[in-house]
Design a binder for this molecule. Structure first.
Ligand SMILES: [Zn+2]
Length: 243
């Protein structure tokens, strides 16, 4: 396949310098997974790509397939997500979201669902600032990875029912614990309710919530759960490579 031209759409995940005037762009593409490509001359003031290849840009590309690095031949903007750059808060949410995509996407392994999620979260962040934009996205990513957390019964003893108090989240077991089994991170009833909304089809209600200790709690736990998953996956890959 090396030597062929192909078209795709992508979100720019990050970029880094290459030599005097070129840049490597890391892309989450719609059909070809994560792709690294060289954008030649992009750091010159009269670059034909302009500012289209900045992180979080949504672009339509013509790429030349190289052995390791592809080459960006053409780039045009699909849509402007300008509001993302208009506030530090939104920009940092956008960066946190695409950083997670970067960590989960695999080189040249198509993952259209992850691509659509990346586009979706950037649109959501651009449209409205919510303290839960990124945490909700992390939980959704985990669910998409097959790790939907157990929030309705104790993940250890199976205890459920209205009287059961689920009080802590265990990262290793991937769900809530009842009072008897309690281990892991304490979770308040308000935070648990938010997580159920996020993962139970009531995302819009959750995103409309103002910032509170509970939204903060959900954010901290989402970050830890995602990090836990990524670390475990890295270890599994390392074992596979050495084994
Ligand atoms: Zn239990």
């Amino acid at each position: 396949m090396a030597g062929e031209l192909y078209r795709d759409e992508a979100i720019v995940l990050r970029t880094y310098k290459l030599g005097e005037s070129d840049r490597i762009v890391v892309l989450m593409t719609a059909e070809h997974g994560k792709v690294r490509a060289v954008a030649k001359g992009v750091r010159k003031t009269r670059s034909k790509f302009g500012a289209r290849l900045e992180p979080m840009s949504h672009v339509r590309l013509l790429l030349y397939r190289g052995r390791e690095l592809d080459i960006v031949n053409q780039a045009e903007s699909v849509e402007t997500l300008a509001p993302l750059l208009s506030s530090l808060d939104r920009a940092s949410q956008g960066m946190a979201a695409i950083e997670a995509v970067d960590q989960l996407a695999l080189d040249r392994e198509p993952n259209p669902h992850l691509y659509r999620m990346a586009v979706g979260v950037l649109r959501t962040i651009a449209a409205r600032p919510s303290p839960l934009n990124v945490p909700a996205f992390y939980w959704k990513l985990l669910a998409a990875e097959g790790l939907q957390p157990q929030l309705d019964q104790c993940v250890r003893c199976g205890e459920s029912g209205p009287a059961t108090q689920l009080v802590a989240f265990d990262l290793n077991e991937g769900g809530m614990h009842c009072r008897n089994c309690r281990s892991g991170t304490s979770v308040s009833p308000a935070a648990l309710a938010i997580m159920r909304d996020v993962l139970g089809g009531r995302l819009n209600e959750a995103l409309a919530l103002p910032e509170s200790p509970a939204t903060h709690e959900v954010g901290v736990l989402a970050t830890r759960a995602l990090e836990h998953h990524i670390e475990r996956r890295l270890k599994a890959v390392a074992m596979f490579e050495h084994g």
